[in-house]
Design a binder for this molecule. Structure first.
Ligand code: COA
Ligand code: AMP
Length: 631
């Protein structure tokens, strides 16, 4: 048995012992009564009765244990031409002050706070300050439009919102304040206070009595201590796309989350305390929560906070510049970032300009890593390129290659094997295991390991229905794929209406809801198509209401604008076409999968329940007029 297999087996055979050992990496105020409480499945609880504080583990204990002067965060912002280093001691001061200001504002344990911020360290300060006092944060990605923010405000019901005056997207200046104001206007839950960080390049107009400048907020604040929390108390809500316009509020606890993230920094990423780690994502996504903020800090590493793009800030050498300048040991990003770099600098000329001798490994996740990108990156960098698979729900990798335990040979197209704690299986629709190399539903036997979602915020019913019902006793990942004889998992893609655009998770169902709301549209279908740069892009087909006689081009422009305004530019919704009718089953279900196959030039079986097969020829012809399938 290899050393990885031994670790894996012990995690599956003796999960309580395994995670109790891992929990030694966390500082507890009180050790738990039960490592795993299975009394109310599928609501499992890790470390119940345990007392701790995530912020204490991420900040204060390092100050107390000799890391006070070590850099905690390196803020590297090519868009504002700034590099700023923040030590653990400085971070402690900023977080304690901000937490004190929150308390003075009446925010207390169990209250929710929405954070809508660009990639600046103040976003981490806000998150950690909430964690410090037991407030539950919900970070919303800055690329979401006011409407999406409003949905989250109504659902999370925050006591206040923390934001910034704006962001720089390459050369574009984006004002956040008008979006926040519009979202508050649109929501029924009334937010009374907005704390705003003014940035040099854009000044937000403030409303007396509602908006508070960040500097004024913290000026006279009394630093707050870490509050003793139950390990099972919620740390954050992170909304993620489901199959409808209403996102799912994934809820994470404190104790299990801290234990699992701490464990992965060494086991999976092979990072040691004090080393420089860089996750080039955004705090608005789960990768940002776990691996820009919480995991590296809980582990006592140095985390790079990068406000820039892989290309265009200023060029495709940006990643190599950051690695060389800050002596980064490992980088974690999405394959799409590497495709963007490859397109601009196919021969790696810019890479050769930098001394990247500190660099030991590249980790990719967020979407499937295509073999071309993997091989290109590996050949150019000369270091391991490790794909790993996870989801917002899981908070950390389900399948990966544990370099800190034993680096397994990479098989191109596979993120390698189930991580310790994850009993991954592939089953058919009747929950029966399928033979090796046969595609099926990827599921995980319950209980899930620590750090994964405990429920959906204010929606236990949806939690049970979405994840725990179709395959009793298992967590339904909604990803399809297969496993080979050696246990290597191959993740082939979502089985639902969730798509992945440039490593960003979006819902075609949500886009359909927006398009259907157009006054001239009778019905529509949106599905994902393959894109060589962004992985997937959405395409929409719509049927007009009887009697509407308008130019198709005008309606298409309006639809693009509606999706930008209501979901956000990150939905990348550009291509659509008018059709006379949509293919449906005899019971009226729209055949999205068949249209997706046509648009992607994939073979498909004529659905036996199709109402009128001739419609598929019409769809094929229409898709051709807008360039699908792509060459
Ligand atoms: N705030 C506001 N708008 C944002 C935004 C943010 N944080 N992030 C993206 N947008 C906007 C962009 O400006 C763009 O708007 P436009 O249509 O007006 O031009 C739109 O959303 C699409 O953005 P994006 O998908 O990022 O495309 P791009 O062409 O600007 O950049 C890449 C392409 C590949 C460089 C970029 O997608 C990228 O870096 N991807 C990696 C993503 C990643 O790291 N994901 C982590 C998950 S693990
Ligand atoms: P998110 O919740 O935004 O992290 O998106 C999760 C989804 O992204 C998964 O359900 C997968 O469909 C996809 N995904 C993430 N990482 C990978 C990977 N390494 N390989 C294949 N798909 C991935």
């Amino acid at each position: 048995m290899t050393s990885f297999d031994a670790v894996f087996q012990s995690s599956i055979n003796n999960p309580e012992e395994f995670w109790a050992e891992a929990a030694k990496g966390i500082t507890w105020y009180r050790w738990c009564d039960k490592v795993l409480d299975s009394s109310n499945p599928p609501f499992y609880k890790w470390f119940s009765g345990g007392k701790m504080n995530t912020c204490y583990n991420a900040v204060d204990r390092h100050v107390e244990n000799g890391r006070a002067d070590q850099t905690a965060i390196i803020y590297d912002s090519p868009v504002t031409d700034t590099i700023r280093k923040i030590t653990y001691k400085e971070l402690q001061g900023q977080v304690a002050n901000f937490a004190g200001a929150l308390q003075a504002q009446g925010v207390t344990k169990g209250d929710t706070v929405i954070i809508y911020m660009p990639m600046i360290p103040e976003a981490a300060v806000a998150m950690l300050a909430c964690a410090r006092i037991g407030a539950i944060h919900s970070v919303v990605f800055g690329g979401f439009a006011a409407h999406e923010l409003a949905i989250r405000i109504d659902h999370a019901q925050p006591k206040l919102i923390i934001t910034a005056s704006g962001a720089l997207e390459g050369a574009k200046k984006l004002a956040y304040k008008p979006l926040v104001d519009a979202a508050i206007e649109q929501s029924t839950h009334k937010v009374e206070t907005v704390v705003l960080f003014q940035r040099d390049f854009i000044t937000a107009e403030m409303t007396e009595g509602k908006d508070i400048d960040w500097q004024d907020f913290v000026k006279d604040a009394k630093p707050a201590d870490c509050v003793e929390l139950d390990a099972t108390d919620p740390l954050y809500i992170l909304y993620t796309s489901g199959t409808t316009g209403m996102p799912k509020g994934v809820l994470r606890d404190n104790g299990g989350h801290a234990v699992a993230l701490h464990y992965t920094m060494k086991a999976l990423y092979d990072i040691n305390p004090g080393e420089v780690w860089w996750s080039a994502s955004d705090v608005g996504w789960v990768v940002g929560h776990s691996y820009i903020v919480y995991a590296p800090l809980i582990y006592g590493a140095t985390s790079v906070f990068y406000e820039g793009k892989p290309v265009g800030t200023p060029d495709a050498g940006a990643f190599w510049r950051v690695i060389s300048e800050h002596k980064v040991k490992a980088l974690f990003t999405a394959p799409t970032a590497f495709r963007a770099i490859k397109k601009e600098d196919p021969n790696g000329e810019l890479y050769k300009k930098y001394d990247v001798s500190s660099f030991e490994c590249l980790y990719l996740a967020g979407e499937r890593t295509d073999p071309d990108t993997l091989n290109w990156a590996k050949d150019m960098l000369g270091v391991p390129v490790i794909d790993h698979w996870w989801q917002t729900e899981t908070g950390w990798a389900i399948v990966g290659n544990c370099r800190g335990i034993e680096e397994l040979p990479v098989k191109v197209g596979s993120p390698t094997k189930a991580m310790p704690g994850w009993d991954v299986q592939v089953v058919d629709n009747d929950c029966q295991p399928v033979p090796p190399n046969t595609e099926g539903n990827i599921v995980v036997k319950l209980p899930l390991p620590p750090g994964t979602l405990t429920t959906l915020w204010r929606n236990e019913e949806r939690f049970v229905k979405s994840y725990m019902t179709n395959f009793p006793g298992y967590y339904e990942t909604s990803d399809g794929g297969f496993m080979d004889e050696e246990g290597y998992v191959y993740v082939m893609g979502r089985m639902d209406d969730v798509i992945n655009i440039a490593g960003h998770r979006l819902s075609t169902g949500a886009m359909e809801e927006v398009i259907s709301a157009h006054p001239d549209v009778a019905e529509c279908a949106v599905f994902g198509t393959h894109d060589t740069m962004k992985g997937q892009l959405p395409v929409g087909l719509f049927v007009l209401k009887a009697g509407v006689d308008r130019k198709e081009e005008d309606i298409k422009k309006e639809l693009v604008q509606m999706v930008r305004d209501q979901i956000g530019p990150i939905a990348c919704f550009r291509d659509s076409a008018q059709v006379a009718r949509l293919p449906k089953t005899r019971s009226g279900k729209i055949l999205r999968g068949t249209m997706r196959a046509i648009a992607n030039n994939k073979e498909y079986n004529m659905p036996s329940t199709i109402d009128d097969p001739a419609i598929l020829d019409e769809i094929t012809e229409t898709l051709k007029t807008i360039g699908y399938p792509k060459a």
